[in-house]
Write a protein that binds this ligand. Sequence first.
Ligand SMILES: Cc1cc2nc3c(=O)[nH]c(=O)nc-3n(C[C@H](O)[C@H](O)[C@H](O)COP(=O)(O)OP(=O)(O)OC[C@H]3O[C@@H](n4cnc5c(N)ncnc54)[C@H](O)[C@@H]3O)c2cc1C
Length: 499
Amino acid sequence: MAAAILLAKAGLQVTVVERRLQVGGRTSTLEQDGFKFDTGPTFFLYPRVLREIFSAAGRSLDQEIPMLRLDPQYRLVFGSGGELLATPDRQRMTAAIAAISPEDAKRFHLFYRDNREKLTRFTPVLESSFENWRDLARWEMLKMMPLLRPWRSLDSDLQRYFSDERIRLGFSFQSKYLGMSPFRCPSLFSILSFLEYEHGVFHPVGGCGAVTRGLARVATEMGVEILLDEPVEEILFEGRRAVGVRTARRRLASSAIVINADFARAMQRMVPNHLRRRWSNEKIESKKFSCSTFMMYLGIEGAYPELSHHTIYLAEDYRRNLDDIENAHLLSADPSFYVQNACVSDPSMAPRGMSTLYVLAPVTHEHPNVDWKKEQPRFRELMLRQLEKIGITGVEKRIRMERVMTPNGWNKEFELHMGATFSMSHNLRQMLHRRPHNRFEDLEGVYLVGGGTHPGSGLPVIFESARITSRLLLEDLRIEPQWEATLPLAAESLYEPVS
Ligand SMILES: Cc1cc2nc3c(=O)[nH]c(=O)nc-3n(C[C@H](O)[C@H](O)[C@H](O)COP(=O)(O)OP(=O)(O)OC[C@H]3O[C@@H](n4cnc5c(N)ncnc54)[C@H](O)[C@@H]3O)c2cc1C
């Protein structure tokens, strides 16, 4: 949708072909019996990229998609003992850290200072395309190496500031947004937690699905045609050049194609293997894929007014839990999980007198070790018991609506390879020029956006991929984008935090 807006603004005639009945993919709204849930993303971070995209189209993000800045941002409950109420207020946050580890509180400002610099220096990298190793050797990249410490994991980098593992987890669990363990995730990604503190955690009113609906509304108003319920069955080629797509109903000719569908699935389903040199089916299968998630979307009688908007429970043996997910491919006995209680700040998500609970547990992507047909009822029971660890008791009696999603569901309903909800993993071997390129290197006239290409998974960088890709596409068509000069008008600080 973001790419459609940018390309339409540059004067192209754009058609979006969507297989589902609604736009948004993983960032859409599940609606049943008057209850509304975000399907996937619930943390809206770093609105700046989207603000710039709207502004490029002559619109205002703040008017199109109202958002609430949350304070506290979330509550962390440690299975090993203790809690941390994360707030963007530096003084309160320092005090919250001190309550767990006074020594670590003294170094919080250093974490802040270093990551502010890291983010500033790394932003141009996230905004550029990476097409070969020479892009890596660019002077700006080389200058950044000492700061990025590519040889360190996120957790070991955080040890420079925080000695208490719980505090480190508080600043590193965000690697789960990429579907990765902080013990393996590159240290660069300390900018993820920093982004939250510096730029805020937002809740778009109506949920993150309101963002993609807002984008679709603006795109339509700009003349973009959106075809729903229309799966692309194959991309049409002349030689290696893509010339259109075929759906069950029609053939559409085009001079360029932007693929947003899951990369691995789209290639295997829509592009013949013999046309792909670098990304053959065999190569794709050899890649490391992210974890998946087990979801429960619960419509609840009444509310849990004491429960924060976002609560994260980190398993007592967090390393074991991560190892179960990433290496052993087993279901943990004490799974970490996350709960969104959106109605505490946005009552529009449920009928009057009711509320919603969105429960997410990271689990292995599809693997022969876990047969979800057998495991689903048992794991559901376990998750209902787990909820007591963050103070949600007696929930079963209050459930009025329920949907469960397993990795098999992500695979079948959302067409995600292995049900890997965060695409290919973000290790150094699968990042930057080693990720499938925005101007897709194996084919002509094919471009990628979304979590499967550079910069990677997570909404802010996915929106950035739309901008990078649109620039490359327009460059190939020799069209000068008319949207380059626009600057963000509003700062995140314009928002009054809601508690
Ligand atoms: C449970 C969960 C929680 C998450 N939480 C967060 C979070 O809090 N914050 C955050 O920033 N990120 C989060 N993420 C990560 C990130 O939001 C997702 O990775 C992101 O939504 C993926 O966007 P995408 O555009 O790459 O893919 P998608 O949203 O999956 O979009 C792909 C689109 O292509 C369509 N499509 C697929 N195949 C075809 C076909 N054959 N023909 C036509 N159309 C097709 C799909 O229907 C879909 O609309 C979360 C992800 C999940 C799953």
